[in-house]
Design a protein around this ligand. Structure first.
Ligand code: NAP
Length: 305
């Protein structure tokens, strides 16, 4: 059987696309991935999504998105897509040996924040360890926090966090920033920000919540326990596009390229959410682009008939 629409990826973009496509009668099949729900599954409170004046937990919000998509008869497969063939229509999408065919595809596979991958980090994500200052900065009012990284994201996060935190320490593994001069300058001149050069985080400390980090100076090898209540990891994101390399146009950073609205380089394949967007990366902007992709897919399918 050929599906009218397959949606790959189940964060806010994919699930919003599913809600719109399902209500348009396309009976979408969503392949939601083995770790369904996307990056919001790794956050705790979400306070900036409109419509939740009292805030909502990230995983609960994704549960609500999913229920809404299910209500209009989206079907789900909870597994990862292992291969796609976009060279002919209907497009081929495989989950292991199971083959699915689709007239149109929406790709909403998101991006993955790079983590330090040091002991103590993973269990404290959402409990003091974060990869998103816009999402979590608010919870660190009058706290002392660290930001790890030396690129524009780290500068932006450090400057943003000075609105809340009493002290921000930027920890960078080299003795100069990769960031643009102007951003680096702002960080170095900011009265609330200190910089630790040539320093890496070896471990995140804390039982239930973050209480500090173990730092090592890479030049002297000196190790130090540094008390802090928050660790913002800002060492970049990787778009989840490995399935599409060589098949669809990607930009130099590996993000999916869209051309007219949400259309990718292959007619009938659309892109939405963080897999396309390296600028805003918010749940609400991802949801908005999922809606656009569903409308684009619906119109495209209609024109094929
Ligand atoms: P990025 O430019 O790749 O910088 C990543 C930073 O993290 C680098 O300083 C890197 O150190 C460090 N790093 C990487 N892996 C690490 C590890 N395992 N441990 C410790 N440190 C590590 O990434 P980004 O800052 O997310 O920026 C991505 C792109 O978006 C850039 O092109 C940037 O200009 C752009 N951007 C622009 C703005 C803006 O203009 N407002 C804001 C955000 C992002 P090294 O320097 O030693 O490699």
């Amino acid at each position: 059987m050929t599906e009218r629409l397959v949606i790959i990826g189940s964060g806010p973009a994919g699930l919003t696309a599913a809600i719109y496509a399902a209500r348009a009668g396309l009976q979408p099949l969503m392949i939601e991935g083995s770790m369904a729900g996307g990056q919001l599954m790794l956050t705790t409170d979400v306070e900036n999504y409109p419509g939740f004046p009292d805030g909502v937990m990230g995983p609960e919000m994704m549960q609500l998105f999913r229920r809404q998509a299910e209500r209009f008869e989206t079907r789900f497969i909870t597994a990862d897509v292992t291969r796609v063939d976009l060279s002919e229509r209907p497009f081929g999408i495989w989950v292991g040996d199971d083959e699915h065919r689709a007239e149109a595809v929406i790709i909403s596979t998101g991006a993955t924040a790079r983590w330090l991958e040091v002991p103590g980090e993973a269990p404290l994500v959402g409990h003091g360890v974060s990869a998103c200052a816009t999402c979590d900065g608010f919870f660190f009012r009058e706290r002392e926090i660290v930001v790890v990284g030396g690129g524009d994201s780290a500068m932006e996060e450090a400057l943003f966090l000075t609105r809340f935190a009493s002290r921000v320490t930027v920890i960078h593994r080299r003795d100069e920033f990769r960031a643009s001069k102007i951003m680096a300058q702002r960080v170095m001149e900011h009265p609330k920000i200190d910089v630790r050069w040539d320093t890496v985080v070896e471990e995140v400390l804390g039982d239930g919540t973050v209480s500090g980090v173990l730092l090592r100076n890479v030049k002297t090898d000196a190790v130090e326990e540094f008390p802090t209540e928050g660790v913002f990891v800002a060492i970049g994101h990787d778009p989840n596009t490995s399935l599409f390399k060589g098949l669809l146009a990607l930009n130099e950073k590996g993000y999916l390229e869209t051309f007219e609205n949400t259309a990718t380089s292959i007619p009938g394949v659309f892109g939405a959410g963080d897999v396309v967007d390296f600028t805003y990366r918010q749940a609400v902007t991802a949801a908005g682009s999922g809606c656009r992709a569903a409308i684009d897919a619906e119109r495209w399918l209609e024109n094929q008939e």
